[in-house]
Design a protein around this ligand. Structure first.
Ligand SMILES: [Zn+2]
Ligand SMILES: [Zn+2]
Length: 154
């Protein structure tokens, strides 16, 4: 799935508005703008890339503005942090809590979000078997996407 397709029609932003309203939290214009920037990008964006993009419109935008907005978006499950890249993506299905796996293409830089319950459950039971209490878990796989490896889409 293409991220820009998932984000098209302001679908993600509409869902974000609804979710926030339902939870009684505010998707302020700045938070919304950061989410919008993430949605518009086909690649994960670092905080400073986001800031640069914002400063075009909001001259007063400062690093804390972006970090606070990102913290909010992560907390609400509207965005994810790609640890290995120290960058952020918007979530493609924020309606429900989920553990994601990320496929990172090292050629084109595109990141695809997967939500495999099986991977999640397998990891969960493996952790349980070790008696390990996980705070967070990231599954990030680097490689080449279908397009970059010359494969054909089904
Ligand atoms: Zn997600
Ligand atoms: Zn690629």
């Amino acid at each position: 799935m293409n991220r820009s397709v998932a984000c098209s029609g302001r679908h993600v932003l509409d869902i974000a508005e609804q979710l926030c309203r339902g939870r009684g939290v505010r998707l302020t214009p700045q938070r919304r703008r950061v989410l919008e920037i993430l949605c518009d990008s086909s690649k994960p964006m670092g905080a400073y890339d986001i800031l640069e993009r914002m400063q075009g419109q909001v001259a007063s935008a400062k690093p804390p503005t972006v970090y606070r907005a990102l913290e909010f978006l992560l907390g609400q499950g509207l965005a994810h942090r790609i640890e290995s890249l120290n960058a952020y993506v918007s979530c493609i299905h924020p309606e429900h809590p989920h553990a994601s796996q990320f496929l990172i293409c090292r050629e084109c830089g595109e990141v695809r979000e997967l939500e495999s319950r099986r991977v999640d459950q397998t990891l969960e039971s493996a952790l349980k078997a070790c008696g390990f209490q996980a705070d967070s878990q990231m599954v990030e796989v680097t490689g080449r996407c279908l397009r970059c490896s010359g494969g054909r889409s089904v």
